[in-house]
Design a protein around this ligand. Structure first.
Ligand SMILES: [Zn+2]
Length: 229
């Protein structure tokens, strides 16, 4: 199983480089894209044959996780290719703008959903952000959880205990108290659980690498790096 980081920043990339949230998972010959924030589409095109991309998970509807879905439609039209999008239902104008398109087949998920996509099985846990956010737990050759955007909440222990790897929104500075986890959450979780943490959703102006370096279960996501899980 492989995880490629297309973009690790939120809500926008570092000046001159960097993209917002987007990840590509490969298990056997099956692919799952997770979120498509600003700057991720060109990177996805650089690492994958788009015709092989059939499944996209969207954790929540903030712009930095969804905005490249819009230009992606032009490419899908050109290729005459349709993708399944797994996301929760929202009765908002933005939901309609984003997803109402003939090349998108939207499949609404909640905590009771279990989706089989080729060699992977997806299940979902509700997180806690400023808007509804779901984490996805992907069972393939290994088990990977992606938290989307979230502060610490009662479902985080489940994500960690069920998974070999957690791609986690836990890169904010010490003392940060808002809708994301911080480096202290990351350190605490790494001591409590055996799951390996890939810390992501970095602010453009704060790099947690030095603080997290002493903890062998934590690595800070690197863009365009492919992790062999
Ligand atoms: Zn975000």
């Amino acid at each position: 199983m492989e995880l490629t980081v297309l973009g690790k920043y939120g809500p926008y990339g570092k000046a001159g480089t960097g993209a917002a949230s987007g990840y590509l998972v490969k298990n056997q010959d099956d692919y799952l894209v997770m979120d498509m924030g600003n700057g991720t589409l060109s990177r996805l095109m650089g690492v994958a044959n788009i015709k092989k991309i059939k499944h996209i998970f969207i954790s929540h509807l903030h712009f930095d996780h969804t905005s490249d879905l819009l230009p992606f439609r032009y490419l899908l039209e050109e290729l005459d290719h349709t993708v399944n999008i797994y996301t929760h239902k929202e009765d908002t104008p933005w939901y309609k703008v984003l997803f109402e398109h003939p090349n998108f087949n939207v499949i609404n998920i909640d905590e009771n959903s279990e989706m089989k996509i080729g060699s992977m099985t997806l299940s979902f846990l509700k997180m806690h952000h400023t808007v509804t956010d779901y984490s996805v737990i992907i069972k393939g050759e290994k088990t990977l959880c992606y938290t989307g955007d979230t502060m610490y909440n009662g479902n985080i222990p489940k994500c960690f205990s069920l998974s070999d790897y957690v791609l986690a929104d836990c890169s904010k500075p010490k003392g940060f108290n808002g809708p994301h986890m911080n480096v202290e959450n990351a350190i605490e979780l790494s001591k409590k659980y055996s799951a390996k943490i890939i810390a992501t959703h970095l602010s453009a102006d704060f790099d947690p690498t030095d603080i997290l370096k002493p903890y062998k279960n934590i690595t800070v996501a690197e863009e365009l790096k492919t992790y062999i899980l």
